[in-house]
Design a protein around this ligand. Structure first.
Ligand SMILES: NC(=O)c1ccc[n+]([C@@H]2O[C@H](COP(=O)([O-])OP(=O)(O)OC[C@H]3O[C@@H](n4cnc5c(N)ncnc54)[C@H](O)[C@@H]3O)[C@@H](O)[C@H]2O)c1
Length: 329
């Protein structure tokens, strides 16, 4: 059974998802909703699909599922609208910026017996999946300490930052989800330090651009997250897990994974520059997993509850950064 999709919002991530859908067997891109005319024309041209407005998509019999890629402040309303319209919903992170609003949206999904998958693409990255499989196989024993490095090559535009909810809800939220996934236990305490080091404009918008977070579970497992909105050398995405019997790590992906040595020293090609290229396989895998869950009638591998838990960690981190104290969940 082919799952017929509409993508809502054809900005940075909407185009990535439209491409991912087009690449997944058993998935078909039928329509895109995009309110900015120039972007809508470009999407029609790039993907050869129809442009429809949100109400038309909600009422379209030839669409089974929607992928919400509009700005964050629209997500909760759109989840409710499309679940009520009987569509399977995949929503980009975060579900909303407010924990109570997320809970209300999840209650609507439950009341409608709907399907909601939240876009935590890193769980579907082949290298991170292999790292998780190595942990689950027991090769490195019990997980004890995790280091996640997640640095963007550059900050998004001011207009995006204004509605993003800030670095913890917008960016670190991916790392909170990866931390929960790899720790295998819920986090009990959060400590965060955050500053503006790369661009004063980010500070004037009330946000931070550089953050360090320390998470600790009840049994004492720890995870450190290092975030920056500026990495001059590309998209820096690494994970290292120390276990009781060893260590497993996922390194950065380069344009080609080669290393050249000569009298000038060792050099490698540049890193893949940002999420659009670094996580191409992950975005396709997550759409494939969403389709499989729809076809088989099983739970989606990432859920609204995962979205809620990650947001709770983001709120705790923000409180910790603002007060300088450790926050207990
Ligand atoms: N998982 C990831 O890796 C990832 C990466 C980037 C962004 N995101 C998330 O995706 C969301 C969008 O981010 P982005 O960077 O693509 O933003 P963006 O601003 O580039 O794109 C949003 C698009 O939605 C359109 N839009 C706004 N309201 C609309 C409406 N009512 N109907 C139709 N179209 C509408 C805008 O015109 C714009 O083209 C954010 O919530 C962000 O957190 C996730």
């Amino acid at each position: 059974m082919t799952i017929r999709f509409a993508v809502l919002g054809a900005g940075r991530i909407g185009q990535v998802h439209a491409r991912a859908i087009s690449s997944v067997p058993g998935a078909e891109l039928v329509a895109i909703a995009e309110s900015f005319e120039k972007a809508a024309d470009a999407a029609r041209e790039a993907f050869g699909c129809e442009i429809r407005d949100l109400d038309t998509i909600a009422g379209s019999d030839d669409i089974d599922a929607v992928v919400i890629c509009t700005p964050t402040d629209t997500h909760a309303d759109l989840i409710e609208k499309f679940v009520k319209a009987g569509k399977k919903v995949f929503c980009e992170k975060p579900v909303d910026l407010d924990v109570d609003r997320v809970k209300a949206a999840l209650a609507t999904v439950e009341a409608e017996n709907g399907t909601l998958m939240v876009g935590f693409n890193r769980r579907f990255d082949p290298d991170f999946m292999a790292l998780k499989a190595a942990l689950d196989s027991g090769k490195v024993g019990e997980v004890e300490m995790i280091s996640i490095t997640s640095r963007d090559p550059g900050a998004p535009p001011a207009a995006y930052i204004k509605v993003s909810g800030g670095i913890f809800r917008d960016m670190t939220i991916h790392d909170f989800d990866v931390a929960r996934w790899l720790l295998g236990e819920e986090v009990e305490t959060v400590y965060a330090a955050a500053s503006v080091l790369t661009d004063p404009e980010i500070g004037t918008l009330g946000d931070y651009d550089s953050a360090t977070v320390v998470l600790r579970t009840k049994s004492g497992k720890q995870c450190t997250i290092s975030n920056s909105r500026r990495a001059t050398y590309g998209y820096d995405q690494r994970i290292e897990v120390l276990g009781s019997k060893g260590l497993v790590q996922a390194r950065n992906m380069h344009e080609a994974n080669i290393e050249t040595a000569n009298e000038g020293g060792y050099t490698s090609p540049p890193l893949l520059n940002f999420f659009m290229t670094r996580y191409t396989a992950a975005y396709a895998n997550e759409i494939a997993a969403f389709c499989a869950a729809i076809r088989e009638g099983t739970a989606t591998p990432t859920t609204g509850e995962d979205g809620l838990k990650a947001l709770e960690l983001a709120e705790a981190a923000l409180r910790s950064a603002q007060t300088g104290t450790v926050v207990t969940l």
